[in-house]
Design a protein around this ligand. Sequence first.
Ligand SMILES: Nc1ncnc2c1ncn2[C@@H]1O[C@H](COP(=O)(O)OP(=O)(O)O)[C@@H](O)[C@H]1O
Ligand SMILES: [Mg+2]
Length: 525
Amino acid sequence: MLATLITAVVDGLEGALIRVEVDVAPGLPVCQIVGLPDAALSEARERVRGAIRNSGFAYPQQRITVNLAPAGRRKHGAAYDVAIAVGILVASGQVPASGGDWALLGELSLSGEVHPVAGVLPMVHTLARAGARRVGVPAANAAEAALVDGIEVEPLVGLDDAARLVAGPRGRRAARAARAAPVAVSGALEERASVRGPLIDPDALVDMADVRGQAAARWALEIALAGGHSLLLVGPPGAGKTLLARAIPGLLPPLGEREALEVTVIASVAGLLGPGDGLRRVRPFRAPHHTASYPALVGGGPRLAPGEVSMAHTGVLFLDELAEFDRDVLEALRQPLEEGSVVIARAQGALRFPAEVQLVAAMNPCRCGFHGDLDRACTCAPGEPERYVRRVSGPLLDRLDLRVEMPRVRPAELLLGPDPEPSRVVAARVAAARDRALVRNEGRLNARLTGRRTVELCRLQDRARELLALIAARRSLTARGVHRILRVARTIADLDGRAAVEEPDLLAAADLRDPAAPARPDLAA
Ligand SMILES: Nc1ncnc2c1ncn2[C@@H]1O[C@H](COP(=O)(O)OP(=O)(O)O)[C@@H](O)[C@H]1O
Ligand SMILES: [Mg+2]
């Protein structure tokens, strides 16, 4: 008998419809799957066989042929397991297909549990668009599937749940003859947790009230978040660089409607959504470790999955210990940082993932960490501190909008003095400046303005223009460098609620771009 079921796979951030045709016929007991890459094929066959047996059904001792169509489409993951298994049950007469046309998604364990899969949100969206009215999804993915309008969603815990759906009310008794397999959902959850990647532990969230001293760095961070500018924190160990960065999630405004959907789709495909996770509202903050591989950071790899830079889309990518990252990996980040998206090459044409992120990075000034410290001698060999900084690719350093030194905080500063401003207050200023910029810039943060628009929107008076020309000449700035300073100056004025960028904004922006260079032409002369 021939059975046909509908399932889906993920392709980039899109779902694609897959038709599963199963034929069970007399002959030698073999199972042939057509339309899958070799490696995935034998694994799928083993999972399906184990799941059918351990769910109380019989694995047919006949010739089983499974065709996944269209054949030309690459099929990642294992979301088609459930459809294949149910197809075999229907084609072998164990389950009547009297429940109507259910699309099925889910990976099977050998014991017959339905494991969560990545990309359920875009897959269900595609199914709904293609006219499917009902879909069974892994229970742990039910919340994200429910975000799609116009399609009925049923959670699946085990293969027998999928069989009952397809059998419908009339055929249910037949399907129920299968004894329910003991299901250990905890196993699935543990596995899920391991692919979730570096999450910021809520206990590790820092309030700005806990960051003492460091006025310059606090201000630079506020500017960076208000304008979407990239920021580098440089300072000795223990200065509070990591501490300050951990305050970022509490300073970012929540996601807008369109952004929320984009971020949730990426999280779905990256396998970051946990059971019960619906629409993402919180702006992403990703802090990959410096040992992260190229595909982990940029994207791609065998699964063609989005990398950290895309998981941070609309939010912040924090690279702590920047100098410890692999140079090639950092080099590869340049293009996404500049263009706001990642292009991944593959056999069937390039794949593009969004990656509008703002980079925040932290590093020590040298290997021992005390180069330039007033109290403690640097123990690095001569020339070593310069080499240490050069380990970070020059072009990447050159693209950082803001750089700020964080000296060690004196004990008196840690213990005495007024309490610093809490995150709530800083976040309100950041949100107000962002709103101002987004309204004026047709929805772009200042960091994403083109050069020409930046000049227009700064509304410089003659004196400010002259000052900028002087700064540019003194520092031999390129047009790119001038625009960078202008964008940051625009944000400083936005934080202050001013329509025009004035001379102090330009001087501050120039200082923040390169603290070592003389910003004030009069002083340096
Ligand atoms: N400016 C600061 N205000 C309050 N505590 C600080 C500050 N700087 C450092 N600390 C304390 O020292 C610890 C280590 O700081 P950390 O942020 O890890 O330093 P870094 O990343 O610069 O090496 C922090 O967890 C915090 O307890
Ligand atoms: Mg640190």
